[in-house]
Design a protein around this ligand. Structure first.
Ligand SMILES: Cc1cc2nc3c(=O)[nH]c(=O)nc-3n(C[C@H](O)[C@H](O)[C@H](O)COP(=O)(O)O)c2cc1C
Length: 364
């Protein structure tokens, strides 16, 4: 071997041993990772509060992976207990479970014993260990529904949801130990919409809430497409400028007459709502939030299957005074039956598809 050739070869060998090529390619879609990539291609479409997408995944082998959460993506002000973020993680696991079942695998999950999310650090934290076990069980939910599902914050068309469909939603909730309560009482619906708008206006005066919101609001198409997360004005069915001013120049909206205009705009945005629902049941600890998440994912996919849209209305439930008013109005005189979610549902035009991080962004 010529001297020059020898030196070149030696350098290549040295570089190969010193440089962590395995790490470099660990994120690439190798055969080993292909199955997880396929499952994640569905699960990345999972919904999350503010579209924060807190999940990260480390692939260990063809049938093992670890689920992490990114503390920087947890909205700690509006979700003080991390209940709704943990619920979102439960929804993500349910998406993986549905996608895995269609491929002939059961998803086995060992949860971390962490009652709340720890957002003090900056590194992703372990949430659960996942394994795929071969199974003969038949899939009951088509994974394609995970991709088809969306939130519709548009006006609905006033049609009532058939009783048979409501029955199916109740049955899903009950399988998981929850109650799905439906109303078509237009007086009550109008009351809830008005209470929701009023509470949203009041909450927008709270500086910590607004500061956190700024992190997730996308008032330009460029920012929405680049960040691939958060609440894009097109998905909120509003105008970019109105949203920008409301969030960044909130002082301009303090006059009573302006508040009236905004409230009537918010109410008008929900015109045509003929169905509302809320969910009750255990909602006190991590295991409950995960269970509630699995239920909500199944329920939302069933609605998608039936061409019914859903719009979660979190503000009333998470604001003490507003929740009390709602409970009084509906006759829940205490919180024993834990009311934890409220939605409007019905039929609307197809809403804008919100962005998602890619599988490459999720895999660590
Ligand atoms: C647990 C949970 C709570 C949510 N709460 C609200 C809410 O209070 N208001 C709202 O407009 N959307 C809410 N959403 C909808 C998310 O913002 C939405 O899923 C996310 O932006 C992604 O959009 P997509 O559902 O169209 O894919 C919630 C979603 C989840 C999973």
């Amino acid at each position: 071997m010529k001297r020059k050739e020898f030196i070149l070869n030696a350098c290549t060998v040295a570089a190969a041993t010193l440089f962590p090529f395995n790490n470099l390619f660990a994120k690439k879609n190798s055969n080993e990772n292909a199955l997880w990539y396929e499952l994640l291609e569905y699960a990345r479409w999972c919904p999350s509060p503010h579209n924060v997408q807190p999940w990260k995944v480390k692939i260990i082998s063809k049938t093992a992976a670890h689920l992490y959460y990114d503390p920087a993506r947890v909205p700690v002000v509006v979700d003080t207990q991390s209940a709704f973020t943990i619920m979102g993680m439960g929804m993500f696991l349910e998406c993986l479970r549905i996608a895995a079942l269609a491929k002939g695998y059961e998803l086995d999950v060992i949860q971390q014993q962490e009652p709340r999310l720890d957002c003090s650090g900056t590194q992703p934290r372990l949430f659960a260990a996942m394994s795929l076990l071969p199974t003969d069980k038949k899939a009951t939910m088509a994974p394609q529904l995970i991709k088809d599902r969306r939130t519709s914050r548009a006006q609905y068309d006033g049609r009532l949801i058939p009783a048979a469909a409501i029955g199916r939603f109740k049955a899903i909730a009950s399988t998981f130990g929850y109650n799905f309560v439906h109303t078509a009482d237009q007086g009550l619906i109008n009351y809830i919409i008005d209470l929701n708008s009023q509470t949203e206006l009041e909450r927008s005066d709270d500086k910590p809430t607004m500061d956190e919101m700024k992190k997730w609001i996308r008032t330009s198409d460029k920012e929405a497409a680049e960040k691939k997360d958060g609440l894009w004005y097109r998905c909120l069915a509003t105008k970019a400028k109105v949203l920008h001013n409301f969030i960044y120049h909130h002082e301009r909206f303090r006059h009573t007459w302006k508040q009236k205009i905004v409230k009537s705009m918010l109410n008008k945005g929900m015109k045509g709502t003929a169905n509302m629902a809320w969910m009750t049941g255990a909602f006190n600890k991590r295991a409950d939030w995960l269970q509630a998440g699995a239920m909500l994912q199944q329920l939302w996919l069933q609605m998608t299957k039936e061409n019914i849209y859903m719009h979660p209305l979190g503000t009333v439930i998470t604001t003490v005074g507003a929740k009390e008013k709602f409970m009084k109005k509906t006759g829940y005189d205490n919180d024993d039956e834990k009311l934890w979610f409220q939605v409007r549902l019905g039929y609307s035009e197809e809403p804008q598809r919100s962005y998602r991080l890619s599988v490459e962004d999720i895999v660590i």
